[in-house]
Write a protein of this length. Structure first.
Length: 105
């Protein structure tokens, strides 16, 4: 009989001594979730936490904060910057509103 496979056994255990750095913070939870998804898609391990839980490390911060390993910080910041530049360049189409010619006055 084959032994059951436990996926958690294949995952590397996080090193509790790794230094984590903040790469993103936002008052808006939905914005932080989008950035977390972006980093997940880029294969960058990250942690989304409430900034209120991290007041000792980052005083005065509210909202949500994203932390990554120190060695992944540059890649994470590049990915975030690329996304921000794409959304800034993305122009929404203007919709011209005209009167319906079939509408009776």
């Amino acid at each position: 009989m084959a032994e059951p496979v436990n996926p958690s056994e294949n995952q590397p255990r996080p090193d509790p001594n790794e230094k984590l750095v903040k790469v993103f913070d936002s008052e808006d939870e939905s914005e932080a979730l989008v950035v977390k998804g972006l980093l997940d898609a880029a294969g960058i391990d990250n942690d989304l936490a409430s900034a209120s839980l991290l007041q000792d490390a980052f005083p005065g911060l509210g909202g949500m904060i994203i932390l990554v390993r120190e060695q992944d910080a540059d890649a994470a910041q590049r990915a975030i910057a690329e996304r921000q530049s794409l959304t800034e360049d993305d122009e929404t189409a203007e919709i011209e509103v005209t009167e319906d010619p079939h509408r009776k006055p």
